[in-house]
Design a protein around this ligand. Structure first.
Ligand SMILES: NC(=O)c1ccc[n+]([C@@H]2O[C@H](COP(=O)([O-])OP(=O)(O)OC[C@H]3O[C@@H](n4cnc5c(N)ncnc54)[C@H](OP(=O)(O)O)[C@@H]3O)[C@@H](O)[C@H]2O)c1
Length: 390
């Protein structure tokens, strides 16, 4: 029986994770949940999963459910540090980090410092602070298991090369390379003029049902850039050996090419419960009552190069990696603000990469020697991106 804390339990990843726990009651149990504002929905999940501990970041939302939680025997922890507190305190073997953006960093570190394995969905944690987080995980003997479908695919392909026992994501030896697949999002071929894209259009992803931030990141392809950085840290592989291909069918979730020229791929229906369940059950596989791939129904699998003129975010990510220091932290923070501003109707879709580039250049510092450097850069980039005029 593995006890799992789900941070971000009311979100897209979190509700899928709760579903995985419900369908495997003999294998998994929910040890704690964490939400931002949706306290009532979090409490309903806690009751249905018989979970004893619920973190609610918004104190007012927490107050609204306190009496009912007490009756149901669910302890409430509230405040901005609540998710990190339960990550450290819960009686959990594994902590699923599926919050949005940098809000996942402190809870992920709290889980690591408490010696709990981390199933990581919140890619921004590694984008902003990958070197630091992986070093802390190694120091504490904690395993970081990928949840993102692309990284789960790579992880599954490299199982036989998994590195030191207990460290699933050991270094991939040269010249092995990783190819991440990208659906291409809703604007792969049209409209020709992306400046007219509205939030509603950007939130309508053709393949995946996800939270708003990651859906917009998919539409700009910033998400794929973030995934390159995530793979760089998870698999200890230089960025130059991580490629991206557009694969609109979202059936091949990523590929690894080994030194003998052989390429392995992982295929599955686009259903996040598959990589979530694998992160929970690794190194075992558990049965699941869901339809397997129907290749004749899919017919053809297609691949093409990403168009980096139309989607400049991939180049921005490479620029951040080349700059080093805290550039990736600045990039990630600026993107959070740019996406918020786009969703609020304050800037155009095509302003997102422009604003991120400016904020990154203004806020990044060339050296990154501590967590404070990352957090200070994050604050500078947010301030710049919030204040910048369209
Ligand atoms: N969705 C996917 O299919 C997918 C796939 C791969 C990777 N990811 C990554 O997984 C992460 C989560 O994505 P998502 O789509 O699941 O997001 P989402 O649907 O927006 O859900 C976010 C969850 O985090 C909670 N939350 C936000 N800030 C919090 C805080 N400070 N303290 C506690 N809880 C907080 C939210 O609670 P409230 O409900 O109270 O707001 C909600 O439960 C992102 O980094 C994304 O890039 C997602």
């Amino acid at each position: 029986m593995k006890r799992i804390a789900i941070l971000g339990s009311t979100g897209s990843i979190g509700t899928n994770a709760a579903d995985v726990i419900r369908t495997h009651p003999d294998d998994f149990r929910a040890a704690a949940l964490a939400v931002a504002r949706n306290a009532r929905a979090g409490l309903e999940q806690a009751v249905s999963l018989r979970c004893p501990l619920l973190a609610v970041a918004d104190p007012a939302a927490a107050d609204g459910i306190r009496a009912d939680a007490a009756r149901a025997g669910v302890e409430i922890v509230s405040g901005p540090g609540a998710a990190a507190e339960v990550a450290a305190r819960a009686e959990a073997d594994m902590v699923l980090v599926s919050l949005v953006g940098l809000s996942g960093l402190r809870p992920a570190l709290a889980a690591i410092e408490a010696g709990r394995d981390v199933a990581l969905a919140t890619k921004e944690v590694l984008v902003a602070a990958g070197e630091y987080v992986m070093a802390r995980a190694a120091a504490k003997g904690v395993r970081i298991i990928p949840v993102d479908s692309e990284h789960s695919a790579v992880f599954q392909c490299i199982q036989e090369r998994a590195g030191a026992p207990g460290f699933p994501c050991g270094a991939l030896p040269a010249p092995a390379s990783v190819t991440l697949t990208a659906s291409g999002g809703p604007f792969l071929d049209s409209p020709a003029d992306l400046s007219k894209v509205t939030p509603r259009m950007a939130l309508d992803h053709p393949r995946w049902k996800m939270g708003p931030k990651v859906t917009v990141d998919s539409a700009t392809m910033m998400n794929k850039g973030f995934e390159m950085l995530e793979a760089r840290w998870l698999f200890d592989i230089p960025l130059e050996r991580i490629g991206v291909v557009v694969h609109p069918e979202s059936t091949v979730h990523s590929l690894v090419t080994f030194e003998d020229g052989s390429t392995m791929a992982q295929l599955a229906p686009p259903d996040m419960r598959i990589p979530i369940q694998y992160a929970f059950s690794w190194p075992e596989r558990l049965p699941a009552e869901r339809a397997a791939l129907d290749l004749p129904a899919i017919g053809a699998l297609t691949f093409r190069k990403p168009d980096e003129t139309r989607f400049p975010c991939l180049s921005l990510v490479r620029a951040a990696a080349a700059a080093g220091g805290t550039a990736a932290a600045a990039l990630s923070a600026a993107d959070e603000i740019a996406v918020e501003r786009f969703l609020a109707g304050e800037i155009a879709f095509t302003d997102i990469p422009r604003l991120v580039e400016k904020a990154m250049n203004a806020a990044a510092s060339p050296s990154c020697s501590s967590l404070e450097d990352i957090l200070e850069t994050d604050a500078r980039a947010r301030a710049f991106a919030s204040a910048a005029l369209r």
